[in-house]
Design a protein around this ligand. Sequence first.
Ligand SMILES: [Zn+2]
Ligand SMILES: [Zn+2]
Length: 277
Amino acid sequence: MLADLHMHSTVSDGWQDPDEVAHLAADHGIRVMALTDHDSFYGVLRARAAAHRRGLGYVTGVEVSTYPPLQVRHILGHGVDREHPQLLAVLRRNQHVLRTQTRAWIEVLREKGFAPVLGLDAFEHKPMIMPGAVLKVLLQHRLMSEAEAWASVRQAVDFMPAEVYAPMPSPQEAVDAIHAAGGLAVHAHPGVVPDQDLMKEVLPLVDGLEVYTRRHKPEQIPVYEELARQYGLIATVGSDYHGFNGERYAMPKQMIDQRYLERLGARIEWPALEATA
Ligand SMILES: [Zn+2]
Ligand SMILES: [Zn+2]
């Protein structure tokens, strides 16, 4: 069965709305999907409603950032209770860090006169903001090239004091919160973590390893297949789709390991029969 257990929407730094993401998955023959926006659940209801209209199984998911930020040890939570207080508390800590970064960047853009043009002041009222969402607005308005936009965000956030990032959870805290919320924890895109020893510290904690992702080069796949075997982890599948700058959806080529679907069990929400008619 084709599944995509790692996708992003405009709720975090994706370029398409949650329901569009669900339709895209359905259009490509995906049977089970999880929207896994960074540190937030605000897209779940819209994505799930669209997924169910198209007959897909839906897994409530999230991608949790952990400390230190540059190591991108991102932990996917699959099949979680999105109202669980321990998990929500962890996500709020990350949302606070992302908001601090975004505000700093908006200040830099304000000095250049961009904020009123782009409606960046309205970002303050959104429940969840991150620099990637501002980047989207800049590129969509063609006010900067991609390289200029990245340089600008680096100017704003690269020299922030280290304590800005202190609220971020450790991988242990993130995994504990996902488990407390009844979910399974997966180390996303392990191949992009700069310090591979730090990545391996996470492996005894999690249930799965995202081996099959377009963020891995073909020669990386066997490396992480072997690590999954060593640590007794199920290899999972996820596109990490963002739709960035018009990027097309590259659906997963690998079928999902049936054992992972079995472990998710009732945590996969299927549409009621009448809803698919
Ligand atoms: Zn990630
Ligand atoms: Zn992601």
